[in-house]
Design a protein around this ligand. Structure first.
Ligand code: ADP
Length: 266
C-alpha cells in the first residue's frame, strides 16, 4: 500500500473519490472494480440486494475493509491499496497511512457499539479526548451541543441501557460527528431498530443533510433514499449497475436489474 503524496485538491474537487476498488473474500469476488465519487455537501445513498457488496464498499472507504486494489481519496489523503498483499501483516507506515484515511470519515454502524459503562456524553467525548487529544472543556461543550442536535439534550447523563435503540443510535451519530470527520458513513443505520424507532433516526440524518453534511448511506429505506439522496447508487453483484439522482435511479431506472430490485423492495 502506498500513500500518494498529499496534494492540495482544488476547492471544487469531489470530497471522496474511490477508483477501481476490488475486494475478494477467498474465492468470493465481492467488489469488481467500483468507482464512486462524492461531492462535498451531498448525500450519496447506496442501495442494492443483500450480499451485493454495499457494506464492503462503504467499509473500504475508511479501510475497515482493506481492498485488494484500487485507490481511495478523501480530502487530501489518498491511499493506493494496490500493493498490499492478501492477509499480509501491515507495517507501521501502512498503519499510519490507514489511520490518516480513517480520520477523514466517521462511521455509524448498524449496531451502535456504545461503551456500556459510559454515559451518552462520555461516549461522545471519548474519541476527541483520547484519540485527538483535544481540550476537555472544548470537547464537552461540543459533545453537549451534538447531543442536543440529535434531540438528546436531556439524555446526556444516561447510560446506554437506559436509552431506547433509536436514542442509542442517535448517540452513535453524535459520537461519529464529534470526531469532526469530512464525511460520515452510515451502514444500514436503522436496520437493527424496531420499526417505530426508525423515523427518529432518519429525521436526524435528514437534518444533517439539510445542514450540508457530506454523507454516504447504505440503506434499504427506499423512500428515505428518495428524499435525502443527491446521488443514488445501485450496487448488484459487486458492480455499480446504475447511478444518478433519486428521480433517475428510483423514479425511472434504466437497467433491468435495478427495476427488478425496486419491484421486489417497494
Ligand atoms: P451487502 O452489504 O450488500 O449485504 P456485504 O458487503 O455485506 O453485502 O457482503 C458481500 C459479500 O461479501 C457477501 O457474500 C458476504 O458474505 C461477503 N463478506 C462480507 N464480509 C466478509 C468477511 N469479512 N469475510 C468473508 N466474507 C465476507
Amino acid at each position: 500500500m502506498t500513500k500518494t503524496p498529499a496534494t492540495r485538491q482544488p476547492a471544487d474537487a469531489p470530497l471522496v473519490v474511490a477508483h477501481q476498488i476490488r475486494k475478494s473474500f477467498g474465492d468470493n469476488e465481492v467488489l469488481r472494480g467500483v468507482d464512486l465519487t462524492v461531492d462535498t455537501g451531498t448525500v450519496t445513498v447506496i442501495i442494492g440486494p443483500s450480499g451485493s457488496g454495499k457494506t464492503t464498499l462503504l467499509r473500504s472507504l475508511n479501510a475497515l475493509e482493506i481492498p485488494d486494489s484500487g485507490t481511495v481519496r478523501i480530502g487530501d489523503v489518498e491511499v493506493d491499496f494496490g500493493s498490499v498483499g492478501h492477509g499480509r501483516r501491515l507495517g507501521r507506515a501502512d498503519r499510519r497511512t490507514l489511520a490518516e484515511l480513517r480520520a477523514q470519515s466517521g462511521m455509524v454502524f448498524q449496531e451502535h457499539n456504545l461503551f456500556p459503562h459510559k454515559t451518552a456524553l462520555e461516549n461522545v467525548t471519548e474519541g476527541p479526548r483520547i484519540t485527538q487529544h483535544r481540550p476537555e472543556q472544548e470537547v464537552r461543550a461540543e459533545a453537549t451541543q451534538l447531543l442536543a442536535d440529535v434531540g438528546l439534550a436531556d439524555q446526556a447523563d444516561k447510560y446506554p441501557h437506559q436509552l431506547s435503540g433509536g436514542q442509542k443510535q442517535r448517540v452513535g451519530i453524535a459520537r461519529a460527528l464529534a470526531m469532526r470527520p469530512a464525511v460520515v458513513l452510515f451502514d444500514e443505520p436503522t436496520s437493527a431498530l424496531d420499526p417505530e424507532l426508525v423515523g427518529d433516526v432518519l429525521a436526524v440524518i435528514k437534518d444533517l443533510a439539510a445542514g450540508g453534511r457530506t454523507m454516504v448511506i447504505v440503506t434499504h429505506e427506499i423512500e428515505f433514499a428518495r428524499q435525502v439522496g443527491d446521488q443514488v447508487v445501485f450496487v448488484d453483484g459487486g458492480v455499480i449497475v446504475e447511478r444518478g439522482t433519486p428521480a433517475e435511479v428510483i423514479g425511472k431506472p434504466q437497467q433491468d436489474r435495478t427495476r427488478g430490485f425496486l419491484r421486489r423492495i417497494l
